[in-house]
Write a protein that binds this ligand. Structure first.
Ligand SMILES: Cc1cc2nc3c(=O)[nH]c(=O)nc-3n(C[C@H](O)[C@H](O)[C@H](O)COP(=O)(O)O)c2cc1C
Length: 226
């Protein structure tokens, strides 16, 4: 194997979702490199339909946190997940930087695929921004910092806080900072369980029971069997 692929796979395997951050400031150069990584992501028709809002101001972060708290309270109302009894999402405030990832869905229709196959055209938007996000996560890891894809907030509220206009959409927040926890990799599916050669093998389709067990998991939707 070439050194490049060995290094790339090692970086990907080392990356974890980190939910505890040190207060050490994040150098501007780190943010510049993360943005550069987003910039080089592939995107539908090279539309590059992303915007990144860098939030460092603690008052703004507090405002966003109010939306996070409301979402957590709402989930608690819907279901009593044991881990949520003490969960506050406080680590978002610990991280010195929040990167708010915004997408511009107006580019969805550039290729006319929406008149051919609507699902594929949706991928133009969600897929393009997601590729930028993954590039960013790897650039964060490569610089010794950490992040997590965070989605537990009311997007419309955060849009108002950050003056983000319609029809732009917030996909997630990436808190950014130096990690204050070490974690082993989470389990991943065996490649043979999702890899199909030439023809799809229906015997590999994950069972409805497995999906149901994930829904029933008392700790939240955590797929435990792969
Ligand atoms: C689309 C997406 C949404 C996610 N939303 C959240 C979230 O709201 N809160 C959170 O703590 N983690 C969130 N995660 C992180 C996942 O829980 C995590 O990636 C997964 O458990 C695998 O763990 P790892 O990233 O450490 O390998 C999200 C990940 C993705 C890709």
């Amino acid at each position: 194997m070439s050194e490049q692929i060995v290094g790339l796979l090692a970086l990907m395997k080392r990356r974890r979702s980190i939910r505890a951050f040190k207060s050490d400031p994040v150098p501007d150069a780190v943010i510049t490199n993360v943005v550069e990584a987003a910039r080089w992501a592939p995107s539908s028709a090279n539309s590059q339909p992303w915007e990144i809002v860098v939030v460092r101001d603690s008052k703004t972060k507090e405002q966003i946190q109010e939306s996070v708290k409301r979402v957590i309270a709402r989930i608690k109302e819907l279901r009593d997940f044991p881990f949520l009894r003490t969960f506050t999402g406080q680590y978002l405030l610990e991280a010195p930087v929040q990167l708010v990832i915004v997408g511009d869905p107006r580019f969805e229709y550039v290729s006319m695929m929406h008149q051919v196959e609507p699902n594929i055209e949706q991928f133009a938007f969600w897929g393009s921004v997601s590729m930028a996000i993954q590039n960013m996560l790897l650039a964060v890891e490569a610089q010794g910092l950490a992040s997590v894809v965070f989605t537990n907030f009311y997007p419309e509220e955060v849009k108002r806080i950050l003056s983000i206009p319609d029809p732009l959409q917030i996909l997630c927040i990436l808190p950014l900072g130096y990690p204050n926890e070490m974690k082993d990799p989470r389990p991943r599916r065996d490649p043979n369980s999702f890899l199909h050669w030439e023809q799809y093998d229906p015997r590999k389709t994950r069972s409805d029971e497995l999906i149901e067990s994930a829904h029933q998991d008392p700790y939240g939707v955590q797929v435990k069997e792969y």
